[in-house]
Design a binder for this molecule. Structure first.
Ligand SMILES: Nc1ncnc2c1ncn2[C@@H]1O[C@H](COP(=O)(O)OP(=O)(O)OP(=O)(O)O)[C@@H](O)[C@H]1O
Ligand SMILES: [Mg+2]
Length: 314
């Protein structure tokens, strides 16, 4: 645990009494840290315990055991911790639907301790920043889902928190709105805000996150820097595109030494880098157009780590 971190949790657990089950831990021994300016993606299948963790981090749900520290402060005993925190929970209950955009921003800003004048100025700036100025006086219920979500994030940012908790921020948004909200989240990093993000849209997580934790059945089964995770699971499969057909004898020579498939002037070859050079010498004189190494994407890694029987804490 470090006071420099915006968030530290240690050994967080939450158990619920479930009839017929001895002791059910929705969250089981979760420890994580988020540094300033970091986007941390918190992923896992339905029911993994992501929302329960976010609620404990945000001071809404008391942990059964373990600790939460926001910028070194305990959200359950020190109100200053909550001043560092903005939360957008999953679903659409983050806003008052019969109030206007401006009224929501003002209300939540003042609730977080801002002066009325500061809240007004901040509301104007956030509406401008998120292209909602034209909707300033529109009731939330009249906005599109994408606009509502942007407003919910703006409301959470009113009091200038250092840590933003976003639970499924792109859920239910169309492709345009999803791209807009994703870009918005990325921009926040320039302001020095750290973000704990849960999402089922793994492409969004892959595009945004510096680090990722994958949760399954209440536990973190993998935690890594995004780039390291992708590199660790990158398969050594090369795709070699040729400019013309390869002669069948040479394909057979390759087949004798490699796991290989060949069709439509394209070879798929499983080997290490040395093997690739040897294979290229066999492939010659066919002309090589491109060589590409397959990268595992986050989706395939996620499935491998969260399927039944996957080793915990891999
Ligand atoms: N109040 C509660 N009482 C009993 N069990 C609960 C309660 N809240 C959550 N759970 C259970 O805890 C587990 C984790 O739920 P949680 O909502 O944290 O999952 P999640 O990872 O956010 O899932 P999703 O991706 O579906 O949003 C689930 O099995 C859920 O049924
Ligand atoms: Mg959830």
């Amino acid at each position: 645990m470090s006071v420099e971190n915006v968030l530290d949790t240690e050994n967080l657990r939450k158990s619920y009494a479930v009839p017929g089950r001895p002791q059910f831990f929705a969250v089981n021994d979760v420890s994580m840290s988020i540094a300033p300016g970091e986007i941390y993606a918190f992923l896992g299948p339905n029911g993994a315990g992501k929302t329960t963790t976010i609620k404990m981090v945000s001071g809404l749900l008391e942990p059964s055991t373990g600790t939460v520290r926001i910028a070194g402060l305990d959200p359950f005993s020190d109100r200053r911790a909550l001043a560092q925190l903005g939360t957008v929970l999953e679903g659409n209950r983050n806003l008052y639907w019969r109030m206007t955009c401006h009224e929501n921003l003002l209300y939540f800003g003042v609730l977080k301790g801002m002066s009325f004048a500061d809240a007004r100025a901040r509301s104007r700036a956030l509406l401008e920043r998120f292209s909602l100025t034209g909707k300033r006086n529109a009731q939330v219920q009249a906005l599109s889902r994408g606009m509502q979500q942007k407003l919910a994030i703006a409301v959470a940012l009113m009091h200038r928190p250092r840590l933003l908790l976003l639970d499924e921020p792109t859920l239910g948004l169309d492709a345009h709105a999803s791209i807009e909200v994703t870009a918005m989240i990325r921009d926040l990093i320039a302001d020095g805000v750290s973000i704990l993000l849960t999402t089922h849209q793994l492409d969004v997580a892959q595009a945004l996150a510096h680090r990722v934790a994958i949760m399954s059945s209440g536990r973190i089964v993998k935690e890594a820097r995004m780039a390291d995770l992708l590199a660790e699971y990158a398969k050594n499969v090369y795709e070699i595109q040729l400019a013309d057909e390869m002669c069948p004898e040479r394909v057979r020579v390759l087949e004798a030494s490699y796991t290989v498939s060949y069709s439509n002037q394209c070879l798929q070859l499983a080997c290490d880098a040395d093997g690739l050079y040897e294979a290229l010498s066999i492939i010659r004189p066919a002309q090589v157009q491109s060589v590409r190494r397959h990268q595992s994407d986050l989706t395939s890694i996620f499935i491998a780590l969260t399927q039944e029987g996957a080793p915990a804490n891999a």
